[in-house]
Write a protein that binds this ligand. Structure first.
Ligand code: C2E
Ligand code: CA
Ligand code: CA
Ligand code: CA
Length: 279
């Protein structure tokens, strides 16, 4: 018999059952996709808005299913994290991005910076430093041109471990940027203790630039904070000239966003870089 207890316990558990089932299915599909090399990286250029110079790119993971559909990373990364798959996938991302960096250098882009996302589960894994070290060594990627993006929320889980790991990463010569900055709740005193190089303004704040007053804009406050701490600042999700101009007026010169380039496959990235050179 049907229960009419909407919103009640039974309704809740029944829905939860579906959700868990879906998650398990997706997890199996993700594992298979990874094993069959259906995951690949795209690269979104990062540029200096005032000079037009290309800084480098952020590597972003893509999953194309057998029927040609894309599963968005916001959907599969949490599952990869939750299942532990992220450790192997993350290592593959690290290596692939380093490998592409070396390839770009061989094409003559010797100042190119590669930004790579690292998730909580990956970062707190006891073998993370070893994995990073090995990836750099085996691909011969120069650490100076590798940047790891960690999120602000990671900064709060285990501060002592974080401080120690960041220190080790910096000793390798790899730089660190805090992604989605402003969306977490790390205290400023905390931020000061972290040995990071760059703050990445979350695209929500870039998006809000047009609504906010110049004075009260969160993006502006982040730029000022970064400047006070001697960090470089990059804005993500820049979609139009107005946002670019406003960010520049705040003192943020670096950006990433559809206004400049979408995430590109490696072949498209090479073409994009080449066409930039010829301007
Ligand atoms: P994220 O690190 O904040 O990456 C930026 C996201 O913003 C990307 O979404 C990018 O495609 C999107 N984006 C860039 N410019 C614009 C713009 O102008 N407008 C709009 N609306 N969006 C823009 P994507 O590729 O879907 O990735 C989503 C998230 O998945 C990433 O957010 C990151 O948290 C995670 N992710 C992606 N690749 C990896 C990976 O290799 N490892 C880990 N751990 N996480 C990853
Ligand atoms: Ca990122
Ligand atoms: Ca981000
Ligand atoms: Ca974001």
């Amino acid at each position: 018999a049907k229960t009419h207890q909407r919103g009640g316990y039974e309704y809740f558990t029944r829905n939860m059952g579906v959700e868990i089932r879906e998650r398990v299915l997706l997890m199996h599909a993700l594992r298979a996709a990874f094993e069959h090399e259906r995951l690949f990286l795209v690269y979104q250029p990062q540029i200096d808005m005032t000079t037009g110079k290309v800084l480098g790119a952020e590597a972003l993971l893509r999953w194309k299913t057998d029927d040609g559909k894309f599963v968005p990373p916001d959907q599969f990364i949490p599952i990869a994290e939750y299942s532990g798959l992220i450790v192997d996938i993350g290592e593959w991302v690290l290596r692939s991005a380093c490998h592409e960096l070396v390839h770009l250098r061989s094409l003559g882009y010797v100042d190119f910076q590669m930004a790579i996302n690292v998730s909580q589960a990956q970062f707190s894994h006891p073998l993370f430093m070893q994995t990073l070290h090995k990836a750099l060594e085996e691909t011969k990627a120069p650490p100076k041109f590798v940047e790891l993006e960690i999120t602000e929320s990671m900064a709060m889980k285990d501060p002592d471990l974080l401080i120690k790991t960041l220190h080790q990463i910096k000793q390798l010569g790899v730089s660190i940027s805090i992604d989605d900055f402003g969306t977490g709740f790390s205290s400023l005193s905390h931020l000061q203790k972290l040995d990071v190089d760059k703050l990445k303004i979350d695209r929500a704040f870039v998006n809000d630039i047009q609504l906010d007053t110049n004075e009260g804009s969160i993006a502006k406050m982040i730029v000022q904070l970064g400047q006070n701490l001697g960090l470089s600042i990059i804005a993500e999700g820049v979609e139009n000239q107005m946002q670019a101009d406003t960010l520049i007026s705040f003192g943020c010169h670096l950006a990433q966003g559809y206004f400049y380039a979408k995430p590109l496959t490696r072949t498209d990235l090479h073409a994009w870089l080449k066409q930039k050179e010829n301007i």
